[in-house]
Design a protein around this ligand. Structure first.
Ligand code: RIB
Length: 318
């Protein structure tokens, strides 16, 4: 039986405006072009997992949408990538989630999410979908659905024998009971600093070692700090590994972290050792930043394999 991944999380329609510079508080800036893309951290991870897994990994999504045109569009985008959306249910209580994204000339962004139906995904809904988890290998979570639901779903995934990967985004304080259910926590540097109550700063791989160690002591089995163009730093309670990034030209960093998590889950579900999984995830994320849009930027397996060829430098123990 092929390995499978379950994603519990959000689906959003992304409204993206390109600007020269992100607006400061109280400032009006003129944008250039406007585009709509299927997004949402959960859906992005599901879509990228399906594209990267190809025919060898099954992907199922659990989430909530409204009864509207965006819901149809988002489900169609996932289905086209090969994601099973039979556990994405509609609610009449709210509209489908949306995200407003300003994208600057350097490819950096600023995002505001109106959660809508994503906020209606209850712990009881996930419990009712317990059969979806059976036989799967990895479960992916983010924080765009209610925290209580995430905690209950993490526990349920463990009960069903899955390994859990939590992307703590958007960042918020996390209870110890929730962190104890996490096998791999994958903050970016900002989220890592926030979770540890440290002031914001650019983080070097050396400094990321301290962040990963501090976070691992809060409960997760392992921590991978995503460092953007500096790659990532992993700590499993025994050793630190730094895996460098691939040099690419940046067009849009939206969903790079989601694509990284998808690459990590696909490689691990296929049985790759951690070093290779980190490299694979870095390659997938690197390709995603070279083009615009969230799900639209997720690479195919063939593209990642091509970037990999001749660049098999392993993660370094530090
Ligand atoms: O991680 C990127 C995603 O964050 C976007 O697609 C947007 O929907 C927000 O959820």
């Amino acid at each position: 039986m092929k390995p499978s991944i379950v994603v519990v999380g959000s689906l959003n329609m992304d409204f993206v405006v390109s600007v020269k510079q992100l607006a400061a508080p109280g400032e009006t800036v003129l944008g250039r072009n406007f585009q709509m893309f299927p997004g949402g951290k959960g859906a992005n991870q599901a879509c990228a997992s399906a594209k990267l897994g190809g025919n060898s990994v099954g992907v199922k999504m659990i989430g909530r949408v409204g009864y509207d045109i965006f819901a149809d569009h988002l489900k169609a985008s996932l289905s086209a990538a090969g994601v099973d959306v039979s556990a994405v249910h509609a609610t009449r209580a709210q509209a489908t989630g949306v995200a407003f994204i300003w994208l600057d000339a350097a490819g950096q962004n600023s995002i505001v999410v109106a959660s809508g139906a994503n906020g209606e995904l209850a712990a009881a809904d996930v419990e009712a979908m317990r059969p979806v988890f059976r036989g799967a290998r990895y479960a992916l979570f983010q924080l765009e659905t209610p925290l209580g639901t995430v905690e209950a779903a993490l526990k349920l995934a463990h009960e069903e024998g899955l390994e859990t990967i939590l992307d703590p985004a958007p960042s918020q304080p996390l209870p110890a009971g929730l962190l104890a259910q996490v096998d791999i926590l994958t903050p970016n540097e900002t989220e890592a600093l926030k979770l540890l109550g440290r002031p914001m700063a650019r983080v070097s791989p050396g400094e990321a070692k301290m962040l990963a160690t501090g976070l691992q002591q809060m409960g997760p089995k392992a921590v991978i700090v995503k460092l953007g163009d500096q790659g990532c730093l992993a700590y499993d309670g025994v050793r630190h590994r730094h895996s460098p990034s691939f040099a690419v030209e940046v067009a849009d960093t939206t969903a790079a972290g989601d694509t990284f998590n998808a690459g990590l889950a696909v490689a691990l579900a296929e049985g790759a050792p951690l070093e290779r999984a980190l490299r694979f995830a870095n390659a997938a994320a690197a390709i995603s930043v070279t083009r615009c849009g969230a799900q639209a930027s997720a690479p195919s397996r063939r593209e990642v394999d091509a970037l990999f060829q001749g660049q098999q430098e392993p993660a370094r123990l530090t």
